[in-house]
Design a protein around this ligand. Sequence first.
Ligand SMILES: [Zn+2]
Length: 171
Amino acid sequence: MHQKLPVEIDPFRLAKAGLILEGKLSLSSMARLSDLLIGDGEVDVKMKFDIDSVLGTPIMSGQFKAELPLVCERCTEPMKFEANIDCSLAIINSERKVEGLAEQYEPWIIDNDDPVLLSSIVEDELILAIPLVPKHSHACLPKEAWFSGEEKIDDEKPVSPFAVLAALKKD
Ligand SMILES: [Zn+2]
């Protein structure tokens, strides 16, 4: 069963009903996340609510995909970080103990009195996914080297297959 993404949700009710929510959120709609980004974008959201058949605990399996605009710490140029998040959360009432939770779940603690913003859990997971030191996946030129005239640092340069062949032929 598919629905458009609501702003506020009752995760306990959704879990009981076994609903799936799918849709997109704009990154700029999440203030804490936006503070860490240098641009906007969208996150693909898929949330599957269910009850764990063994534990009887309400759970949410989330898949969040986004390209986060960040600054590369090496070359200080803009970069896109691909966040591909798969999370399994146990939905827990704030008064209940987190102890005894099955290892495969992280706790999603909810205060029953407040409506839950759907975006808040997506935002938390995206913030956690941001690397401590974001860097381009390719070997980009460090900013200092622009001024010192150094050659590109090739610590990530793969060994050439021709070099391997040449080494073999010597034997
Ligand atoms: Zn870079």
